[in-house]
Write a protein that binds this ligand. Structure first.
Ligand code: IVH
Length: 685
């Protein structure tokens, strides 16, 4: 293809991908499948990588983000980013309507009633119909420039195709994380023993400020735009202007409603107060805006807020009850979570007995005292939380709740590392809930999938001294567990639960354990429960290092060189392998037949990236095995492996101490000599 043809092809692909993005992320009407989309995206990525002169900051490939660290600069807002007056009741809303009516001196007016998205506000500045800046609200006057991160949000157009749009304009809206994305992210974080986000809002706020936009891209954020600022108004109606912006490709809320009277607004509020759970994202209220832009400027602003808009906040469901005690749970990583035990109380249709207190700071912040009357709230989270204390009803001699200093399960001195919100029990090897938690994680479905061993059975086997770590599972004998029995009394006084090990169960368990020996290495690595190493990280490590010994013997630099593995993860891996007991566990698992290396189909062709190319692999690499792997990669990607350098050689992958004659020949024939990293980058390994 000539350069002109390549340029045309790139433009064609960009246009097609923009259209599909808009159809998928804004209109929710995709016309092609994910796989087809990904293939087009890959094609474009490859063409752009091979022809960097055609770089375009608005290309759909930019949505994928980059690994370059963003240090945020700040930018002043052209119009201050104000907040809104809040109200929680109808009477105040009627007062607002009266003030508006009075302010407009008897003119007719209407409202735009909109959902109040619970995320973080963003200002998007378009110059020459291209996204030039994305700025956070900051202090209202100036905010952080987070353009690279925001460019990863696929519903935000990077380039406006419509000629009806002004060349330069600003549009503001709310970046949020859809609930399903939030649930999946937290599930992943829990599996990696990372602290889950408290709610989708926090997750969205944290994601927008991440330092690597490639990480932001994975967070699957979304954005509804709700205010447009053009040099010349395109319509006097705010509602109408947004409809026009929808035509330029922006995601505009389909839930907004033009209301002629405040009565219509109240009906809208009531409707969404009932129905908000059915939305795929969180809202925390309704925003009511006078619709006419002329009337908006007539009403103007106070020092802090517009007089033409107000937000009606939904009341979070709350109750008060007595704090009976505080107990402390120990997780599988040793993280301590304080839990409030409460006098049972009804809240949104269920009886609440316990509520989360998160960590020591939270207890201090609440200034919690024994037997306080506490306020319980059910937010987006499933477990209710303590949000306040009624200090006036506290006894004068009430004692403050003091966070424990020793582990409630094993009495070890707790530690709190710098930057960590939680206290930890460091006694990983002999603290019972940590041991049981690790075994439960090991047998879980996404790990070794030994489903017949549920939580109760693990507990019994541990209590009876049959298993003390995950390796012990593989040495269980039929005779040891047949007939075991343990009764668990329920906390709420309901029927006790009896865990029995009968013939059929025992056989199933043993078969399940045996079958788990075939679990692929990447899942074994995840199952080991190394802190911060979730499924994805485990897969990346397994694919890169191929076997457990290579991981164990790696350095921080080698670990962080792997895609997606950061410093914290790398440290955690090395820390895990440095514990002598963990090394013993790995050896016993290996002896039992558990997979400690990836199974590779050496003849499988995975791509045609090297089709028609003759490649020499020469010199020494980190190990002889590594050299073999590189050679296999040549073949797996459709290339031809050759021994000697000739004029037909396409390039040389060189390790250290490549033979001088080969090097000389390469120079003479002008053949590229590349290192391992460049080669892997090219193959996108
Ligand atoms: S209009 C001057 N509309 O709520 C008008 N805001 O306290 C400014 N928000 O910071 C905002 N949904 O982040 C507007 N449909 C909506 C909104 C909305 C959510 C947020 C926004 C703002 C806060 C107001």
């Amino acid at each position: 293809m000539s350069k002109e043809q390549i340029a045309l092809e790139i433009e064609k692909l960009r246009k097609t991908l923009r259209e599909h993005n808009h159809r998928y992320y804004v209109l929710h009407q995709p016309v092609i499948g994910d796989q087809e989309f990904d293939q087009l995206m890959k094609q474009l990525q490859q063409l752009e990588a091979e022809n960097p002169e055609f770089f375009d900051p608005t290309s759909p490939t930019v949505h994928v983000g980059s690994d370059i660290s963003n240090e945020f600069e700040q930018k002043e807002h052209q119009y201050p980013m104000l907040s809104l007056d809040n109200t929680y009741n109808e009477a105040e809303l009627l007062d607002f309507d009266k003030r508006v009516g009075k302010g407009l001196g008897g003119q007719q007016y209407s409202y735009s009633a909109e959902l109040k998205f619970d995320g973080i506000s963003i200002s998007l500045i378009y110059e020459n119909r291209q996204l030039a800046y994305a700025v956070t609200r900051g202090d209202g006057v100036k905010g952080d420039i987070v353009t690279n991160n925001v460019k990863t949000i696929r519903s935000i157009p990077l380039k406006i195709a419509s000629a009806t749009a002004p060349a330069n304009f600003e549009i503001r809206g709310e970046i949020f994380m859809p609930r399903a994305v939030f649930e999946a992210l937290n599930e992943e974080r829990r599996e990696a023993a990372d602290e889950p986000f408290a709610n989708p809002r926090n997750a969205a706020a944290g994601s927008v400020k991440l330092l690597k936009s490639a990480e932001v891209a994975k967070r699957k954020l979304d954005c509804y735009l709700y205010n447009l600022y053009t040099p010349v108004p395109i319509s006097d109606s705010h509602y109408q202007s947004l409809q026009m912006a929808a035509g330029w490709g922006f995601k505009i809320s389909p839930y907004s409603k033009k209301c002629d009277t405040i009565k219509d607004v109240l009906a809208y509020i009531n409707y969404w107060d009932q129905k908000r759970d059915s939305l795929p994202f969180d809202i925390d209220g309704i925003v009511i805006k006078v619709d006419s832009l002329a009337q908006q400027s007539e009403l103007g602003f106070t020092a802090k807020i517009p007089r033409w808009a107000i937000s009606y906040k939904f009341k979070a469901e709350q109750v008060t009850t007595e704090l009976l005690s505080v107990s402390y749970q120990v997780g599988r990583t040793g993280a301590i979570t304080p839990v409030a035990n409460l006098k049972p109380v009804q809240l949104s249709g269920s009886t609440v007995r316990r509520a989360s207190l998160h960590n020591a700071d939270q207890i201090q912040l609440l200034d919690l005292h024994e037997h306080d009357i506490v306020c319980i709230e059910k937010g987006g989270e499933i477990i209710p939380k303590v949000t306040g204390v009624e200090k006036h009803s506290r006894a004068s001699d009430a004692k403050p709740v003091v966070f424990i200093s020793r582990c409630p399960e094993c009495n070890a001195q707790l530690v709190r590392e710098e930057g960590e919100a939680k206290h930890f029990c460091p006694n990983a090897d002999s603290c019972p809930p940590q041991i049981k938690g690790k075994i439960e994680h090991f047998i879980s479905r996404k790990a070794m999938n030994i489903e017949t061993l549920g939580e109760g059975r693990i507990d019994t086997l541990y209590e009876k001294g049959i298993i003390k770590n995950v390796a012990d599972l593989y040495y269980i004998k039929y005779g040891q567990i047949i007939g075991l029995e343990k009764t668990y009394n329920a906390e709420d006084g309901s029927k006790p639960r009896i865990v029995r090990f009968q013939d059929k169960t025992v056989n199933n368990i043993l078969q399940n354990i045996e079958a788990s020996k075939q679990t692929p290495f990447e899942r074994v690595l995840f199952a080991l429960g190394i802190r911060h190493i979730g499924q994805t990280a485990a897969r990346k490590l397994a694919q890169h290092f191929k076997n457990i010994d290579a991981i164990k013997n790696s350095t921080i630099e080698q670990l962080t060189a792997v895609d997606d593995i950061g410093e914290v993860m790398a440290q955690s891996v090395l820390a895990w392998f440095s514990v002598p007991n963990n090394a013993i566990i790995v050896e016993r698992l290996r002896e039992a037949g558990v997979q400690m290396q990836i199974k590779e189909d050496t003849n499988k062709v995975v791509s045609e990236k090297l089709k028609g190319k003759s490649i020499v692999v020469s010199g020494s690499f980190s190990s002889p095995q590594r050299r073999k792997e590189l050679e296999q990669m040549v073949i797996a990607n459709g290339g031809k492996l050759v021994d000697s350098v000739t004029s037909k050689t396409s390039f040389i992958v060189a390790g250290e101490n490549m033979g001088p004659s080969k090097l000389q020949k390469a120079k003479e024939l002008n053949i590229d000599v590349i290192d391992e990293k460049t080669f892997l980058n090219f193959l996108e390994y």
